[in-house]
Design a protein around this ligand. Structure first.
Ligand SMILES: Nc1nc2c(ncn2[C@@H]2O[C@H](COP(=O)(O)OP(=O)(O)O)[C@@H](O)[C@H]2O)c(=O)[nH]1
Ligand SMILES: [Mg+2]
Ligand SMILES: [Zn+2]
Length: 357
């Protein structure tokens, strides 16, 4: 009898990237029409580098006509794709993304979404201890990560530049950002904390690093890799902010298992999507709100407001409720704009190079 080799477990070069039975089942239809599976490692100058069973391949993006049950594109780092060879290697299909970080395109219409990175299991939100805390920005980043479907982890870098007291104070503040989100601290100079961070990177899992430029994302990736793959920049002679040396998102495999995706720092993080991420991040406020006298309490000046009581008693920070309300208003305004649209939203865009930083 003929042995069916397609179901046999063969060593697959994509396995360390997180290729799974689930993906393989999803891909079967595409394999049947001669497509090669791959994972996008990097996108630059309109082309992408894709990891495949046959090694990395440079591909253009040529969406398959009439493709259904796939993402609109363009491809981003972390995407699982189908490659077509005719006439040149092309990404023809983007498999549905299990998770994705999306923001509103900073163009004035606010009508487009930008996908920054896809199919990550967790996201390290990186902040440097050499800078002020920027609680509101961290809260916003956590909202975006929860909304993406991935698990947020807050990573503080440069412990070597802060006193123990300052580290402890910042850890306290960061622990208050979103109940249950781990907060880790490391130094790329001394190596302190690196192994704690590594422990949060599962075998076959994908972790994206986001955060402002100069916070140490690329340096941390090099540290975890044990080699200098990601370009970093010396900031000593500059303004301490670092320059955007990361020109595009890049996915690398760790020898100890797992994949990391580097991203450039983005100035603006306009919320995209529903309110799930907001509810998750501010679960403490939503929990308090269930004790407000009025079910539709807006926690402004209504009597019997449990949220205001918590602020008055000092158990809830006023800045936290203000930032929550600011993001709620931003999302309500966006919903209103969306509902007024007569035409369907424009296709997705990619961040422009001037936006980095
Ligand atoms: N002292 C110290 N400097 C660091 C640490 N991590 C990164 N840096 C420096 O911070 C600057 C920006 O790092 P980089 O990795 O390029 O930041 P990115 O923009 O987030 O990728 C570089 O000069 C790094 O050498 C750290 O843990 N301690
Ligand atoms: Mg970088
Ligand atoms: Zn209330």
């Amino acid at each position: 009898m003929h042995q069916r080799t397609s179901d046999a477990k063969q060593p697959n070069a994509l396995e360390p990237y997180g290729w799974s039975d689930h993906l393989s089942t999803r891909f079967r239809r595409l394999a049947a029409i001669g497509m090669l599976p791959g994972r996008v490692l990097r996108v630059d100058r309109g082309e992408c580098t894709v990891a495949t069973d046959a090694g990395p391949m440079r591909c253009v993006w040529t969406p398959l006509e009439g493709g259904t049950d796939c993402e609109a594109g363009p491809p981003v780092a972390g995407d699982w794709v189908g490659i077509h060879h005719d006439p040149v290697p092309s990404v023809a299909v983007i498999l549905p993304r299990s998770t994705a970080i999306r923001r509103t395109d900073p163009d004035p219409s606010g009508r487009r979404q930008q996908v920054l990175v896809a199919n990550m299991d967790s996201v390290f939100i990186v902040h440097g201890l050499d800078r002020p805390e920027q609680v509101a920005r961290m809260e916003r980043s956590v909202v975006m990560v929860w909304e993406s479907g991935a698990e947020p982890v807050i990573v503080l870098t440069k412990t070597d530049l802060a006193t123990d007291h300052a580290i402890a104070t910042t850890m306290d503040v960061m622990n208050g950002i979103s109940p249950g989100v781990p907060v880790l601290a490391l130094s790329n100079l001394t190596g302190d904390g690196i192994e704690d961070v590594r422990a949060h990177i599962g075998h076959g899992s994908t972790v994206a690093l986001i955060g402002e430029s100069g916070t140490g994302k690329s340096t941390s990736i090099n540290r975890l890799l044990g080699s200098e793959i990601q370009a970093t920049r010396d900031t000593r002679e500059g303004d301490g902010k670092g320059r955007h040396t990361t020109v595009s998102r890049e996915l690398v495999l760790l020898p100890t298992g797992g994949a990391l995706i580097d991203t450039p720092g983005l100035r603006t993080l306009g919320l995209w999507g529903g309110s799930k991420g907001l509810s998750r991040t501010f679960s403490d406020i939503e929990h308090l709100a269930s004790d407000c006298r009025f079910r539709d309490c807006r926690h402004e000046s209504e009597p019997g407001c449990a949220v205001h009581r918590a602020v008055a008693e000092g158990s809830l920070d006023e800045g936290r409720i203000q930032n929550y309300q600011r993001m709620e208003r931003e999302m309500a305004a966006k919903r209103l704009r969306d509902s007024r649209r007569t035409r369907s939203p424009k296709p997705h865009s990619a961040p422009s190079p001037e936006e980095w930083g």
